[in-house]
Design a binder for this molecule. Sequence first.
Ligand code: TRP
Ligand code: ZN
Length: 473
Amino acid sequence: MRPDMLSTALLLTLPLVFSSSVADDEDSPRHGAPDLGDAYFPGLGNGGYDVKHYDLVLDVDMETGAIEATATIDAQATHGLDAFNLDLWGLKVSGVTVEGVAAEFAHDGLELTIAPDSAIVSGADFRTQIVYAGVPDLAPDASVSSMGMKGTGWMRRESGVFVMSECVGASGWFPCNDHPIDKATMSFTVTVAKPYTVAANGILVEETDSGDARTFKWRANDPMATYLATVNIAELELEVSETESGLPLRLYYPQGTTDKSLEPFRRTADLIDHFSGLFGEYPFEAYGAVLTKEGLGGALESQTLPVYSRGAGEGTLAHELAHQWFGNCVGIEAWEDMWLNEGFAVYASWLWREHTVGPEAIEKSVERAHRWAKQAEIGPPVDPGVGAVFGGATYGRGPLVLHALRMEVGDERFFQILRTWVKRYFNSTATSADFIALSEEVAGRELDGVFDAWLFSETVPADVPANDVPKSE
Ligand code: TRP
Ligand code: ZN
């Protein structure tokens, strides 16, 4: 029988092996989407697969700034793939294999397109290896314009290299699915000449000495977003300690850092202890800090190992620590919801002052933020626009949402909401709508009043959030 004589009904009963001739079959291999339709960053992220692990091997020449690198990426196909994309900005790719077989590739702008020799079946685990080299450049990043920066990622300075990639700098140093929804575990094997030290996310599993150079192998076993990956290479001193419950802590700092600057960081265990009581147990395998010699435009909450510009104090330490729960463990699904990161981290730093100084300290912080928001006529925290994700809407009005919620439901329910939030979305991602739903679930009633006024309203409410219920119900 000629195929064109087959009835439609018969076609539908044909075994799967023929299904690739049906053009719109879900499982027939096709090109994975070159982006995820992100409203703030066109081209960001890719479709068709889910990354499980990034293994990065980097040889770094600190004199020229050049790297020679191999990225091995383990992923699972979410539909059949005859081609797929990774994000990579700059650098030069010299070879790609998929499942050990050489693959065709093309690199244009942010998009590295890979066509495997044979198609990948939906649901299959597959390994891609990319060999690349060059001097990493900052990736253009519209989100940091408000902080006076043009790009993010691999930052090369006099004293060394520091990586701060939020929002979109990760693709400037490794090929990746650069979107917060695709978390993965990571390992970093970095070789560099003495006397440089390498500090990265997770646990230092091995350090080998080959005479003139050393190789540091780090492994991050907790899944993380690409923007939270960090590799720092400088001449660094190290203080190792642990919390009472045995969480390993590593404090890296440049020679000559004063005891006064180190003092807040040496109190890290106390902060972890306090926040664990409020938000639930610290979510990751390790914690620490990298202090940079230069000012790098702020601090970044890289997972398990924030990076701090020279001069950072206790407030910043509290802020970056809080991000480990809010932003890192519970990530955001879209950059429009940045207030779920920054609003929570700012509020947590107020909570630390409430604990160490007293209740009048948090009242002052609330009043100051409210005055700022009103005077500057700052818009709502949610969806502030790409150039304002690090600005008054998220850092100023963001924490006021939480304070208003706390005043509305009382301390007991408020902290129950925060703890449930971390438990429910542990190592995953969530949205503003998820937070509202969970708050109403825990409160047992609608909270439209709070969220309409503080999260969605264009205008800042005239008065600071009112204390409607006694603090302990
Ligand atoms: N998330 C950081 C914070 O609030 C701020 C930040 C975003 C940043 N992108 C950055 C700092 C890039 C330095 C470099 O803690
Ligand atoms: Zn922050």
